[in-house]
Design a protein around this ligand. Structure first.
Ligand SMILES: [Zn+2]
Ligand SMILES: [Zn+2]
Ligand SMILES: [Zn+2]
Length: 793
């Protein structure tokens, strides 16, 4: 209800003045014009400006109006703003009239924040499709509520001269919008139009621009004809084909040398997404956020999407257009669904520069849709999935970077300026200072020099952006990771402290820190592989974890990995190692057949294991999944990491969660395996049950469901025993296996049934993409502790 004059008491109409400091993502997102409108509507006087820490403002008016203003400040904030805190202080009134937006410089240094890239808003979309609008079909329109940010920024402050829009001089019409506090484009840094902004064109593989009339239409026609297009986007180039064209998809895979890994599909809008996927309300939430991540959802039968897009799995990675150029591709209705995959050879950094793209992609693409707005920061698409009813980020990149995630909210934890370099595969580093951790975009595998270059380039940029000069460098315990050697070297050159954090400690700590929990908790680190403190390769761990330390309480039985990393690419080797460890005669005819191997190669592997030649021992659950999948799905080799495990999850998608009988219960043994009193979850009986079922002709999907149920039961038992001894009732779930939705769902349900409080990752990836966040939390806690100890002395 609108307050009337009569309702105002004397006290309410008394004039007051307040100073307000708003922290969070409040710059470059239309916050100042929003406050200007709000103050004007409430009849308040005062001013607003950007400040080092956010925005600062003063307001003066009746107590009631000031109260209303302060409430609406958070409830009505613009969509891209994220308010972390609002601090209000009392000031004396000075009779000021009118409300002003003051220039940043007047209030001192401009803040460091750069917002994340945001999808085209509905207002801009309406203009894009409106034949009467001056920006009709303009591929780069945007406003303060939408458009590129992080990817076009060279340096701070986030102002046009520091972006790749610096080369484009605004026309009078655009400038007028930019200068008007009440305009939707007030200080929209990438503001542009047909007259003054970037443009698109088509280029052939020979580098010659094609005069093809409307470049977007020409691109669509070629897609319809089955050609492969390289399309420049927001964070890099995409390779695109018509997702309903089987032959085109096959050709793309062939040329990109990417055979098994699912390809993401972009569709026009949420209705089109519903036509190809079974979408729950929960699925639609991440699909439609400003960040527009790829969302993994159940593929519909005979939905028209080519089989080759996501072979062997029941899910499809689907996402919606987030740039005007992408909306235009769908505008004519000629294409229903487009494969949009990062333009790179597998796990190399995504191509961003026009010349670089032509050089690297000319063997893959038939033609290029280019534009001249430079991409300054590479950024892949983010990936999300609804896990157990809530969205979880699996890959945090475009739309989320460089937004920070708080470090152990609600605790006293604060980080000295530090760099956490993450792991080896799917690398993401993090910069932390005080209460915030800023993770980099997904950088891919740090195996090659190009990967390391991308790492360095992104590090330099984010250090500038956040003005964080690390005093400590945190790395994984693995001595062989490129990230570890680089971190030690970098720290050495600068005389910085270097801290090694065990891989699974970092995983669990990350989950704890997301929830503001410092421990101790019972951590389940169910993962691919990570270097353990005893030199073995861990990954099926029950760890009693505090942020500043952990104790290994139980682990999955060790099995050999014949050939080391080769066993990751060839899961049949993992199966051989696991069956050998479980006491089977792997040279028997039955097992050799089961492994789909030659008797001679089995003999070689067995000898390697017996002589302990290049056969490291691992307790990894991810590798156990690989091994079971190799046998059950007859998957000898894989094209990408964890493919067999993912297919094993996929095949059970329609099996009931509850396995009343026939689950393969592993056995929990205390203090065996010669490993310093640590309990072991033995898998021998489980393997026996798997093989018996196979020989009895039980379908693979049922075996998979029973295996999942058994694994879950094994870890719940271990957690239960840990609780009896430690009295800890909180469980944190982390590690790459948390991408397995069946596993997570069963684990949480089972643990909650046992009365545990269960913590899961939400904003940070549970896989190695989240590792650096956890490393930062561990380092902050360790250093906080040593400081306290120092004070006590
Ligand atoms: Zn907009
Ligand atoms: Zn213009
Ligand atoms: Zn890991």
């Amino acid at each position: 209800m609108e307050p009337t004059e009569a309702m105002q008491t004397h006290e309410n109409s008394q004039l007051i003045r307040r100073g307000v400091l708003v922290r969070g993502v409040v710059q470059g997102v239309g916050f100042r014009p929003f406050v200007y409108r709000l103050a004007t509507e409430e009849g308040l006087s005062g001013f607003i400006g950007n400040d080092t820490d956010g925005v600062t403002l003063e307001i003066e008016g009746s107590a009631m109006r000031v109260e209303a203003f302060l409430t609406r400040l958070s409830t009505d904030a613009p969509p891209l703003a994220r308010i972390d805190s609002i601090a209000v202080r009392e000031l004396t009134t000075n009779g000021e009239t009118g409300f002003r937006i003051v220039a940043s410089e007047i209030l001192g240094r401009v803040s460091t924040g750069i917002p994340a890239d945001a999808a085209t808003c509905v207002d801009c979309l309406r203009e894009l499709m409106d034949a009467g609008d001056r920006r009709y079909r303009y591929p780069f329109l945007n406003c303060t509520n939408c458009g590129p940010r992080f990817t076009i920024t060279r340096s701070i402050p986030y102002d046009r001269p520091q972006t790749s829009m610096a080369d484009f001089r605004m026309c009078a019409a655009c400038q007028a919008e930019y200068d008007d506090p009440l305009n939707r484009r007030f200080h929209a840094q990438p503001n542009a139009c047909w007259d003054c902004g970037p443009r698109v064109w088509m280029v052939g593989v020979d580098g010659v621009a094609m005069d093809a009339g409307d470049a977007v239409d020409a691109c669509v026609n070629r897609l319809v004809a089955g050609e492969i297009m390289a399309i420049k986007g927001v964070g890099g180039f995409h390779l695109s084909v018509d997702a309903t064209n089987e032959a085109a998809v096959a050709r793309l895979r062939e040329r990109k040398q990417r055979y098994g890994k699912p390809l993401a599909v972009m569709v026009k809008d949420v209705d089109a997404a519903r036509a190809v996927c079974v979408l729950t309300v929960e699925d639609e939430t991440p699909l439609m956020t400003w960040a527009r991540p790829i969302v993994l959802a159940r593929k519909k039968e005979s939905c028209g999407i080519a089989e080759g897009v996501a072979p062997g799995v029941p899910w499809l990675g689907v996402f919606l257009p987030y740039a005007p150029l992408q909306h235009l591709l769908f505008a004519s209705g000629q294409v229903k669904a487009l494969v949009m995959t990062s333009a790179n050879l597998s796990e190399e950094p995504i191509a961003i520069d026009n010349d670089e793209a032509r050089e690297r992609l000319s063997g893959i693409a038939d033609a290029f849709l280019m534009h001249d707005r430079e991409i300054l920061q590479r950024c892949d698409d983010s990936v999300a999935a609804v896990v157990d009813g809530a969205p979880q980020l699996l890959r945090r990149a475009r739309g989320y970077v460089p937004l920070g995630v708080e470090l152990a909210r609600g605790s006293q934890l604060e980080a000295v300026p530090l760099l956490a370099v993450g792991g080896h595969l799917k690398n993401v580093f993090a910069l932390a200072q005080g209460r915030m951790v800023y993770q980099s975009q997904h950088l891919g595998d740090l195996e090659s020099l190009t990967g390391l270059e991308f790492f360095k380039e992104s590090l330099a940029h984010l250090m500038r952006t956040f003005e964080i000069e690390p005093e400590t460098v945190v790395h994984d315990l693995h001595p062989g990771y490129l990230s570890t050697t680089w971190a030690k070297e970098w720290a050495g050159e600068r005389g910085l402290k270097a801290i090694a954090v065990q891989h699974h400690h970092a995983h669990v700590a990350g989950c704890m820190a997301e929830h503001g929990v410092t421990g101790p908790v019972i951590g389940l680190a169910l993962d691919g592989t990570g270097f353990g403190t005893n030199g073995h390769i861990w990954g099926g761990e029950v760890l009693i974890t505090r942020l500043d330390g952990f104790e290994r309480w139980a682990h999955l039985q060790y099995v050999p990995m014949p050939g080391g990393d080769a066993a990751v690419k060839e899961p049949w080797r993992m199966a051989l190692g696991a069956l050998h460890a479980a006491g089977f005669d792997v040279e028997s005819e039955q097992i050799v057949k089961l492994l789909g191997a030659q008797a001679s190669e089995v003999r070689v592997m067995k000898r390697m294991i017996q002589r302990e030649i290049n056969s490291p021992m691992t307790s990894s659950l991810g590798r156990l999944f690989d091994a079971v999948a190799a046998v059950v799905l007859n998957r000898r080799v894989v094209d990408y990491e964890a493919q067999a495990a993912i297919e094993l999850e996929g095949i059970a998608v329609d099996e009931p969660d509850r396995i009343e009988q026939g689950a393969y219960w592993p056995e929990l043994h205390s203090g065996e395996d010669g490993s310093d009193g640590v309990a072991v979850i033995k898998t021998g009986k489980m393997w026996k049950a798997v093989l018996e079922d196979m020989w009895r002709g039980v379908p693979a999907r049922r075996i998979s469901a029973r295996f999942h149920a058994g694994v879950v039961e094994g870890f719940i038992n271990a957690a239960g025993n840990a609780r009896i001894e430690t009295d800890i009732n909180i469980i944190a779930l982390s590690g790459g296996c948390m991408h397995n939705r069946r596993l997570v769902r069963l684990l949480r349900a089972g643990l909650e049934e046992e009365g545990f409080e269960v913590l899961q990752h939400r904003r940070v990836s549970p896989g190695d993409g989240g590792l650096s966040y956890g490393q930062a939390a561990v380092a902050a806690a360790m250093m906080g502790k040593s400081e306290l100890a120092g004070e006590a002395n």
